[in-house]
Each structure stands twice: as structure tokens, then as C-alpha cells.
Design a protein around this ligand. Structure first.
Ligand SMILES: Nc1ncnc2c1ncn2[C@@H]1O[C@H](COP(=O)(O)OP(=O)(O)O)[C@@H](O)[C@H]1O
Ligand SMILES: [Mg+2]
Length: 296
């Protein structure tokens, strides 16, 4: 082989290796992003997020929680940890991501959003891109990212729903909670916000009650909105949930044999059994979020 041939050959090899690396990078599995929301407040979203995260972790998944409830952020309280800083400090360049991320039980990472999330939209392009790039590292550190949002039909909450891969809608058997859950489904359907709408009924008397409520919501959503809602499971009303909240600990840890803990483990397994399509990962999620805010 002549020197020139050799050089060409090497270049070809280098090119192939580069293409392979690009392909691998592209195919890198991104985190599954699940936004947890509700129509009415106080239905148990935060409690579900914390305990579901733990259940996923116990099933070997790496979990990050993004606390995006801009009003009443309280994930930290339920995990018994106190965040000193939030995404707000990262946005303003005062802290880096590693400094604001809190380690919870079983390697769960908690990211306190604070008002930093809404400020993302106002960042100059270069700062925003740099922040989103930094978030890429978090994406690689998590199989599942759970986003805890506030309740109701605010623009911010709906944009979280729209930007995520999946929505987990929480309701209780209370008529107002069911009505408000339907309100979310309606807006999400009308604006074609979300393809994967999944339902959890919390604080039920028994599994039968959860099933009946889910069936009602599924039927009306299908009939009037042409939307297919997936029922994932229900959680019994359990005094030990209340006790655990008071002790600032996940009930899954404090009362692992409680009915509620059993229900949440079942929900985690059911969610892992749902086939997931390509996900956008955290950077994709944030990009989409910003686009939605800019459009509005
Ligand atoms: N399965 C349950 N059984 C009994 N009480 C519950 C249950 N889930 C939630 N709660 C109660 O509801 C309160 C509100 O829950 P929380 O997770 O803060 O709701 P949200 O985040 O939707 O506002 C909790 O402090 C707890 O006392
Ligand atoms: Mg909450």
C-alpha cells in the first residue's frame, strides 16, 4: 500500500469511527420524563412523587425529582431535607447544578426548581444553551425524571404537561377533584398537549372504588374528547401516609408494609411495564418548555 493509500485508509477508518460514535451518542437512551399533575390541589401529588421515586429506586432505577411546584414546593419537606439553593441560583450563575442537587434516600436526586424554571425563558440565548447543556449530565444520571407540579390549569403547569413525555394525572374520589381532573384532560386534549395521559386515583376506600372512578373518567374522555386515558392504579386512603408526612419521611420507608406502600410499588411496576417511545430527555424537555413559553 502506498503512503497515500495508507493515509486514505486511515482517514476512512477515522471517519467510520467518528460516525459510529455519533450514532452511539444519538442512540444513547435518554431519561423518561413523567410530569405529575392534578386539577385540584392537595390530592397527594407530592406524596406520590416522593414515594414513587423510592419505589422506582428499589426496582433498580436511577431517579431524579424536579420540584417544579412554583407555589408550594414541598418535596424536600417530605424527604426530610432542606435545600439551600434552587435552579434560580444556577440560572443566575451563582451555583452549579451539582451544588443545588440534593441526595435523598436510595440515591434519589432532588432538584429544587424554585423560581429558576420560569426565568429560563428570559435568559439570553447563550446562557440558556449553556444551562441546558449542563442539564444533559443530569439526564445521563437518571433513568426516570419525575416532575412534581402545582395543581390547576395555569399556563406554567400546562406547559410542563406539554413538554414531558408522559403525564400522570392524580385525582381523589372527591367530586370536585374528579371534575377538575376532567378539566385538565379536556384542555390537554383540545390543545393536543399530551399523548400519554395516565391516571392515578388516590385516597380510595378500596381498589374497587378506584377502578369505578377511573372507568367513569375513561368513558367520558373517550366519548366527549376522543382521548384514551390509561388507568395505572389507585392508592388507598391510609392514615400512615398522613403520619409519614408529619414525620417528613416517605411512607414507603417508614411503613413498607402499609396498604399505600403496596399500592405505590404496584404503580411503579405498572409504569415500568408501559412501553415507552423515544424520549426527548431533559434538555429536550426544557427546550420544548421554553419554546412553549415563547410562543405564548
Ligand atoms: N393515600 C393517602 N391517604 C391518606 N392521606 C393522604 C394520602 N395521600 C395524600 N394524603 C394527605 O394529603 C395531604 C396532601 O398531599 P400532597 O402530596 O401534599 O398533595 P399535593 O401535592 O397534591 O398538593 C398529605 O399531607 C396527606 O396528609
Ligand atoms: Mg404538592
Amino acid at each position: 500500500m502506498s503512503f497515500l493509500d495508507q493515509a486514505a485508509h486511515l482517514r476512512q477508518l477515522a471517519l467510520e469511527s467518528h460516525q459510529l460514535q455519533l450514532k452511539l451518542k444519538k442512540e444513547k437512551i435518554k431519561s423518561r420524563i413523567i410530569t405529575v399533575t392534578s386539577g385540584k390541589g392537595g390530592v397527594g401529588k407530592t406524596s406520590l412523587v416522593v414515594n414513587l421515586a423510592l419505589a422506582f429506586a428499589q426496582l433498580g432505577k436511577r431517579v431524579t425529582i424536579l420540584d417544579a411546584d412554583l407555589g408550594l414546593a414541598n418535596i424536600d419537606v417530605m424527604l426530610g431535607v432542606v435545600p439551600q439553593h434552587t435552579l434560580y441560583d444556577v440560572v443566575h450563575g451563582r451555583k452549579n447544578l451539582a451544588e443545588i442537587a440534593i441526595r435523598g434516600p436510595e440515591g434519589i436526586i432532588l432538584l429544587p426548581g424554585g423560581s429558576g424554571l420560569t426565568e429560563l425563558a428570559d435568559l439570553p440565548e447563550d446562557k440558556r444553551i449553556s444551562l441546558i447543556n449542563k442539564l444533559q449530565s443530569l439526564d445521563e444520571a437518571a433513568d426516570i425524571i419525575l416532575i412534581d407540579t402545582g395543581a390547576g390549569l395555569s399556563r406554567t403547569v400546562l406547559s410542563f404537561v406539554a413538554a414531558a413525555d408522559e403525564m400522570l394525572l392524580v385525582t381523589t374520589p372527591e367530586p370536585t377533584a374528579i371534575r377538575d381532573a376532567y378539566g385538565i384532560i379536556k384542555v390537554a386534549a383540545k390543545q393536543q398537549l399530551q399523548q400519554k395521559m395516565q391516571l392515578i386515583v388516590n385516597q380510595v376506600k378500596n381498589a374497587q372504588e378506584g377502578k369505578e372512578i377511573a372507568e367513569r373518567l375513561i368513558t367520558v374522555s373517550r366519548k366527549f374528547l376522543q382521548v384514551e386515558l390509561q388507568f395505572i392504579g389507585s392508592i388507598c386512603s391510609d392514615q400512615r401516609v398522613v403520619m409519614a408526612v408529619k414525620q417528613q419521611q416517605p411512607f414507603l420507608n417508614l411503613f413498607p408494609h402499609s396498604q399505600a406502600a403496596e399500592n405505590v410499588r404496584r404503580i411503579a411496576a405498572a409504569l415500568l411495564a408501559v412501553p415507552v417511545k423515544k424520549t426527548r430527555g431533559l434538555p429536550g424537555f426544557l427546550n420544548r418548555l421554553i419554546q412553549l413559553w415563547e410562543k405564548a
